[in-house]
Design a protein around this ligand. Structure first.
Ligand code: HPA
Length: 266
């Protein structure tokens, strides 16, 4: 079953024929909202509003662990994460981009399920942070639905909630980041830790600080306008992806290894 995590501009999924909602408690606390189950294009899917139904939870306060845990516990085999981003290079406001890599600049967020205590030490492979299989299904869905989706980008995850300085964006550009957003991490890493396929559809809602139209500053009114019009394409893309995702996980477990007494075990 595909899970969709909706970000800013996508706090509900109108194309989902809702069957039930479920409030979940996890060992990490409560998810951002009740999980919304339903049928989409004839297949079961589950939706979660990352910032809460009323969009009240800022990026640094999202309980990413509870969100990912709850989706796994409820049988999600893959997560398609929708996120709004600023474009640093190679994109324009209104574009949809499917990143293939990320750089994590976030700090202070609980970012792992393997947090010590009396567990064994676990390291997951994160060389390729997004599931290539799920990315390919997204590209196929975009082709099927005649939806423009750019293949590839480097997502720079920042803590926010403030936007960046022009110099910070210049540094991220030098690092190789082409997009900047506030929610992509630790979400992607947590999905990997639980063996859930994860990919992100990024909606470019503004030029990043100091770039293009944001030369003198980032316009919040502009962001709201772009978000609203781009979400139609996102909904259409989701409608075409859901039927392509198998019920069972696509690429599970091979990324996870435990390090015990210096010996790697799989
Ligand atoms: N920076 C960080 N996060 C964002 C931006 C941005 O410019 N636009 C949308 N989310």
């Amino acid at each position: 079953m595909l899970a969709i995590i909706g970000g800013s501009g996508l706090t509900r999924l109108s194309t989902l024929a809702v069957t039930h909602r479920q409030v979940i408690r996890t060992p990490y606390g409560e998810p951002s909202a009740a999980l919304v189950f339903g049928d989409l294009a004839g297949h079961r899917a589950v939706f979660l509003a990352r910032h809460g139904h009323g969009h009240t939870i800022p990026p640094h306060r999202v309980n990413y662990r509870a969100n990912v845990w709850a989706l796994k516990q409820q049988g999600a085999s893959a997560i398609l994460a929708v996120a709004s981003v600023g474009g640093i290079r190679g994109s324009q406001p209104g574009d949809l981009v499917l990143p293939h890599q990320l750089i994590d600049y976030t700090w202070g967020r609980p970012s792992t399920f393997f947090d010590g205590d009396d567990q064994q030490v676990v390291h997951v492979d994160f060389t390729h942070p997004y599931s290539q299989r799920l990315r390919e299904l997204c590209l196929q869905a975009a082709a099927d639905g005649n939806i423009a989706l750019d293949d590839g980008g480097v997502y720079g995850a920042v803590s926010g909630p403030r936007l960046e300085t022009a110099a910070e964006i210049d540094r991220m550009d030098r690092d190789g980041a082409t997009l900047v957003g506030m929610t992509g991490m630790p979400e992607a890493a947590l999905a990997r830790e639980l063996g859930i396929d994860y990919a992100s559809v990024c909606v470019v809602v503004n030029h990043a600080a100091g770039r293009g139209e944001s030369h003198a500053g980032v316009s919040m009114a502009g962001i709201a306008d772009v978000l609203e019009s781009a979400m139609d394409s996102v909904r259409a893309l989701i409608e075409h992806v859901v039927p392509l995702v198998p019920e069972t996980p696509i690429e599970i477990e091979q990324h996870r290894g435990a390090l015990r007494m210096g010996v790697e075990t799989k």
